[in-house]
Design a protein around this ligand. Structure first.
Ligand code: THU
Length: 130
């Protein structure tokens, strides 16, 4: 876990968050043991901004990996930062329901939940045939 914490705290420093002032870092470990990190990247056209989790997932996929084993998200928030609804769906694309999601504050508070707890009844590929 501490390597994910370190990676998330480090990448958070690179967040581009001039509009909200809310810097977020995310780091994930894949099934193969590699770590990928991402930060939020805001835009003057507000809806075009992307979340830290989306950045970490993009880095993982760009590197040729697709299976999240664990994920850690950190922000300087009063309570542990909770992935937004869109990011829950993004994480669920690559994580089984038992995957551990750690939400943390820069001051050391932590909350741990599984992906299934964060997104019960998730829409998945089993809901349609391709
Ligand atoms: N944000 C994330 O990057 N991840 C989260 O889990 C929550 C919210 C970002 C989006 C936006 O840049 C800023 O935090 C404020 O909402």
């Amino acid at each position: 876990m501490s390597d994910l914490k370190q990676a998330a705290l480090a990448v958070r420093r690179n967040a581009h968050a001039p509009y909200s002032g809310f810097r977020v870092g995310a780091a994930l470990r894949t099934a193969s043991g590699n770590v990928y990190a991402g930060c939020n990247v805001e835009n003057v056209s507000y809806p075009e901004g992307t979340c830290a989790e989306a950045g970490a997932i993009a880095a993982m996929v760009a590197a040729g990996e697709r299976e999240i084993a664990e994920i850690y998200v950190v922000a300087d928030s009063p309570v542990p930062v909770s992935p937004c609804g869109g990011c829950r769906q993004r994480i669920a694309e690559f994580a089984r329901p038992d995957v551990r999601v750690t939400m943390a504050t820069t001051r050391g508070a932590q909350r741990v939940a599984t992906m299934g707890e964060l997104l019960p009844g998730a829409f998945g590929a089993d809901h349609f045939e391709v």
